[in-house]
Design a protein around this ligand. Structure first.
Ligand SMILES: Cc1ncc(COP(=O)(O)O)c(C=O)c1O
Length: 393
């Protein structure tokens, strides 16, 4: 049975821009130039502008954006890289794909972001043969990580900083933009992202012209460009990870509407907050859910320009609540149910359960409620009513 209130609804958004997308795709098909066509460059320039960066380089996915960034910064075999233990898998698997070693760091329980205090401890206690080379803060759910504290430590310990901004296009950190705060920022255009394509896609933003140049070479087999394309001349070992021109054609159209869609996400998030405050289910100062205050609403840092990729609460008896909602036709999602240090794929790193307690606790409590620009007030009210019904039974 289709949920009556899905977690996301891509069709509604598509209907609102169908004609523009049809025309944009048709242009690519008429031109029959599919690899690094002009739409890719146009999108790169538009994303660079939107994220206050001088350069942007399209690639095949957000995961490849992370891999290419590591490669371009010269991070490779055996280099330790700090990553949060609570994030999407590829934040850390990209480190392994680059030959480097992820070092899992616990999160701040309020924001779900990598904890600067835990980073400080990891750096102070690091005693492996190789020094830590980089940190990858993740702007999880659409809000920037604590970049001031992290930048200070990156300076002190001479670390590269790669922002995983896959969920944070248009997010601000005070006056600055996600993707402009570290050496580079990695974006994903996975279809359900705030700016989603009709398939996979990704982009890297940076202020550094020579880094951008290396990224352009690396995404295209290490091809030498130097202004004019020199075919079959390879300066370094790159990969094939170009952003598809057809995807760029779709994304250019959607980017024109993204400010407006993001504003709608913020309004819908405010609606949930107001609706929950009427229920008495959540206590503003509670950090964790309890029987008395079973829902903890998302914390927003002062000065954060949150883009609400997700509206993620902590919920008491989370799995039972999710099942109850599902029986009422309301879809919810758990991002993410297993912290990375406990994933089988990383068992070779031998990180013990209990070593990142906040990540482990978050994995058992988080629940993302339906949120997309087109969700209606009635639908949102029903979500909150059903949550209230669950806890009062
Ligand atoms: C935090 C985070 N990092 C990385 C990625 C990887 O992006 P992609 O799916 O485009 O490879 C995603 C999205 O899936 C993500 O949410």
């Amino acid at each position: 049975m289709e949920p009556t209130i899905p977690a996301v609804n891509l069709r509604l958004q598509f209907e609102s821009v169908r004609e523009e997308i049809d025309a944009s795709i048709r242009q690519v098909l008429e031109r029959q130039s599919f690899i690094l066509g002009p739409e890719v460059q146009e999108l790169e320039q538009a994303v660079a502008r939107a994220q206050d960066c001088s350069h942007a380089v399209g690639c095949a996915s957000g995961s490849d954006a992370l891999l290419l960034s590591l490669m371009a910064l010269g991070i490779g075999p055996g280099d330790p890289v700090l990553v949060p233990a609570f994030t999407f898998f590829s934040t850390a698997s990209s480190v392994v794909r680059a030959g480097a070693t992820p070092v899992f760091v616990d999160i701040d329980p309020r924001t779900f972001h990598i904890s600067p205090e835990a980073v400080r401890q990891a750096l102070a206690s690091h005693n492996a043969a190789k020094p830590v080379r980089a940190v990858i803060p993740v702007h999880l759910y659409g809000q920037c990580a604590d970049m001031d504290a992290l930048s200070e430590m990156a300076k002190q310990y001479d670390l590269h900083m790669i922002e995983d901004a896959a969920q944070a296009i248009l997010a601000r950190y005070g006056r600055r933009a996600a993707g402009s705060l570290g050496d580079c920022g990695c974006f994903s255009f996975y279809p359900t992202k705030n700016l989603g394509g009709a398939g996979d896609g990704g982009m890297i933003t940076t202020q550094d012209a020579s880094l951008a140049e290396r990224l352009r070479a690396l995404r295209d087999h290490g091809s030498v460009k130097n202004g004019s394309v020199k075919k079959y001349t390879h300066a370094c070992l790159g990969i094939n990870s170009r952003l598809d021109t057809l995807q760029a054609a779709v994304l250019i159209v959607k980017l024109r509407h993204l400010e407006e869609w993001t504003e709608l996400r913020r309004k819908k998030a405010s609606f949930y907050r107001a609706a929950f405050s009427d229920t008495g289910l959540s206590h503003p100062s509670a950090a964790y859910p309890t029987r008395e205050a079973p829902v903890v609403l998302p914390y927003v840092a002062p000065d954060a320009g949150h883009v609400y990729h997700q509206f993620t609460v902590r919920a008491y008896r989370r799995d039972e609540l999710a099942r109850h909602l599902a029986t009422k036709g309301i879809e919810s999602a758990v991002y993410y149910p297993i912290p990375l240090h406990l994933q089988e794929a990383f068992s070779y790193l031998r990180v013990q359960p209990g070593s990142c307690p906040e990540s482990e606790r978050a994995a058992g409590e988080v629940l993302s409620l339906p949120l997309y620009p087109e969700i209606t007030a009635e639908q949102q009210s029903r979500v909150v009513e059903e949550i209230k019904r669950f806890y009062s039974s």
